[in-house]
Write a protein that binds this ligand. Structure first.
Ligand code: 5GP
Length: 132
């Protein structure tokens, strides 16, 4: 377990690492020095795109602690640019990142989801069976 991330060390066999290496196909919408974006394989909204850094970062915690200023700036600039290029700005959209077990993170390579194309409803359920 990494002291920085609260998650296991980076796993080079994770699905997004394989997408970055071109071993698994993806429908890419953006490629730049510090970021790649592609359509989610199981879209939850009419537009559902994932933006990932090229670097080996497990999570938001890992990325913000370990990435260089250039990587952080380049990545977040790409998130905004992709949303703009997808035409999401006029109607609005949601950017979301899941971190760790309770955040519901399934793929251990840091990523931001971009959701749009319909009204998105509540940010998270107000109550659920796990609520305190
Ligand atoms: P997480 O739960 O980790 O925040 O989200 C992982 C996302 O990756 C999910 O929305 C899931 O549908 C998506 N995903 C998983 N495997 C693949 C894949 O092979 N290709 C693409 N494009 N998306 C994937």
């Amino acid at each position: 377990m990494s002291a920085t991330t609260g998650l296991p060390p980076y796993d080079d066999t994770n699905i997004f690492a394989r997408i970055l290496r071109g071993e698994i196909p993806s429908r890419r919408v953006h490629e730049s020095e510090h970021a790649v974006a592609f359509h989610d394989i199981a879209p939850r909204t009419p537009v559902h795109v994932l933006v990932i850094p090229r670097g080996r970062y497990v999570s938001l915690a890992d990325f913000t602690a370990q990435a260089t200023e250039a990587e952080i700036a380049g990545f977040w600039r790409a998130v905004g640019q992709v949303a703009r290029e997808l035409g999401l700005e006029a109607r609005g959209y949601r950017a979301l990142t899941n971190m760790g077990a309770e955040g519901g993170q399934e793929v251990p390579h840091f990523h931001v989801h971009l959701f749009g194309g319909r009204p998105l409803g509540a940010m998270v359920p107000a109550t659920d069976s796990g609520a305190a």
